[in-house]
Ligand binder design. Structure first.
Ligand code: AMP
Length: 241
């Protein structure tokens, strides 16, 4: 696909955003911008942003808007990130408004918001069994997607880790934050870009979910190429630039 992708993947913690993001970026040739990954890297490197973010992250709380918005806008300004998939951002109304303003002023509005729907009772089992290979971001699950050797990455044989916030206790805070602060983001995009929302049932087999996402995104781009020429102007209600 030659057009620029400007996608968001949206959903509660452990909805499968990371797994499906890998599929999307591979197929649609866009850059995966995961704010969780960017922040974890900043924490590891002990940068100023990392120091500001660490405590919030460990508790499962949102990092303040002033910190995270700057991180994302800086990333979006890089020419190599002009085709992107945002994963984990925006997570508050303030972030959604800042993102929308920046993209619209730039004449490059979003062209799809993939909304992964997963019931809350499924999320706890998913999150507590999740194991990660930190260097690659590969994700496993002790029951649903176990590594070939327990505790080891399939490709490198290196240790898998459990994220500090992948506990039942932190999940409670993360879900409460999701419902209170992040759900309004979806409403925001439903209002300003209703045709960009792609509703996906995230409580199916991983391959099936990917098929649904792929079909949905392809259809949106087909609709676009069959419609009138793009105007590419800053416009609150533009669905596709
Ligand atoms: P994730 O890997 O997306 O689950 O993010 C891990 C943690 O990073 C979250 O629980 C938050 O503490 C923080 N974080 C990631 N993205 C954002 C965001 N857009 N706004 C605020 N905090 C964030």
């Amino acid at each position: 696909m030659s057009e620029e992708c400007r996608f968001i993947i949206f959903g509660p913690p452990a909805a499968g955003k990371g797994t499906q993001s890998k599929n999307i970026v591979e197929n649609f040739k866009c850059v995966h911008l995961s704010t969780g990954d960017l922040l974890r890297q900043a924490v590891q490197e002990e940068t100023e942003v990392g120091k500001q973010a660490k405590e919030f992250m460990n508790k499962g709380d949102l990092v303040p808007d002033e910190v995270i918005i700057g991180v994302v806008i800086d990333a979006l300004k890089k020419p190599q990130n002009s085709s992107f998939l945002l994963d984990g951002f925006p997570r508050s109304l303030g972030q959604a408004e800042a993102l929308s303003k920046y993209l619209n002023e730039n004449g490059t509005p979003l062209n799809a918001v993939v909304n992964l729907n997963v019931p809350e009772d499924v999320l706890e089992e998913r999150i507590c069994g999740r194991r990660i290979h930190k260097p690659s971001g590969r994700s496993y699950h002790v029951k649903f997607n176990p590594p070939k050797v327990e505790g080891k990455d399939d490709k490198t044989g290196e240790d898998l880790i459990q994220r500090a916030d992948d506990t039942a206790e932190a999940l409670k805070t993360r879900l409460a934050n999701f419902n209170a602060q992040t759900m309004p983001v979806l409403e925001f995009f439903k209002n300003v870009q209703p045709n960009s929302i792609l509703e996906i049932d995230g409580n199916k087999e991983m391959d099936q979910i990917w098929n649904d996402i792929n079909d949905g995104l392809e259809t949106k781009f087909k609709e676009k190429s069959n419609s009138a020429p793009a105007t590419n102007v800053a416009c609150e209600n533009c669905v596709i630039s």
